[in-house]
Write a protein that binds this ligand. Sequence first.
Ligand code: NAP
Length: 305
Amino acid sequence: MDKQFDVIIVGAGPAGMTAGLYGARYGLSVAILDAMIYGGKMQKTYEIENYPGTGKTSGAALSQTMYEQTEAAGVTFLFDEIERIEDGEVKRLYGLSGEVYHGRAVILASGTRERLLGIPGEETYTGRGVSYCAVCDGMLFKNKKVVVIGGGNSALEEALYLANLASSLTIVIRRDQFRAQGSIVDKVLTHPNITVLYQKVPVEILGDGSRVNGIVLKDSTGENTMTLACDGVFPYIGADPVSGYFASLGICDKEGYLLCDEYMRTPLAGFYGAGDLRRKELRQVVTAVSDGALAATAAFHDLNK
Ligand code: NAP
């Protein structure tokens, strides 16, 4: 198979897929590389209700529609994890599979990866009561006691989903206020099955050796601790950019977020960015698709100079 393309996109989330769709419609040969199923974080989101045009929909359904539209436009989807990128007139992307992909332009859209709590018990009980994906694992917690850690949009959206399955749901946040948008905070605060514990941080996840049976929480402002019995813990405490594989290119800030101008050009010619991976204010599906369209457009213009 020919592994040379005009544009190679890393990441098949909404940003990457939209860049692919626009690139293909400009008549470019485009490949999208991802080590996971298309959709990125959107694929794991239970409900999306702020993406205009679709009404309330599921992340899986929106992922599927975007995938079908992008593939029908002629984009090649390839499964691989990129380990390293070398710059040049033609850029070389080295895959974990051993394959090397050649692109005249590269759009980086690899998004972010969930942050871990880094406390005792977390690793031991991952997959045995600790989960980072409510949509994937929620049914395992039907009629069980569930704790969600975090007060951002992700934590609250997934808590609302889990609260309809669980016998009780507790949200633990470390400050006295949420980070999430007001509309979703209102839904949480009025949900009959959700309790919020403010100013607490998790310090240990407990279990019986095979499954989670509790969590130890400490006051954010002091040393007092309490133990909460539970069957499941879902940490949603933010995410870090997936940019290590191109760190040597020197186009990220000190936290690893990709730097782009308003046209999605990075400081390095031939490289563009899109989606959550970028240093930006608002990380949403709607901003990701906008980035993707702009990145493909900039790549098209630059390739035709
Ligand atoms: P986030 O907005 O960064 O929120 C992370 C939450 O976890 C905050 O409440 C934070 O507390 C807490 N936290 C961080 N480290 C912690 C620790 N070690 N222990 C306990 N709590 C900790 O992350 P996110 O919810 O994953 O969202 C990421 C981005 O995606 C955001 O820009 C978000 O708006 C966007 N997003 C949007 C939607 C939507 O619009 N529908 C849905 C999902 C995600 P502090 O507040 O005290 O820092």
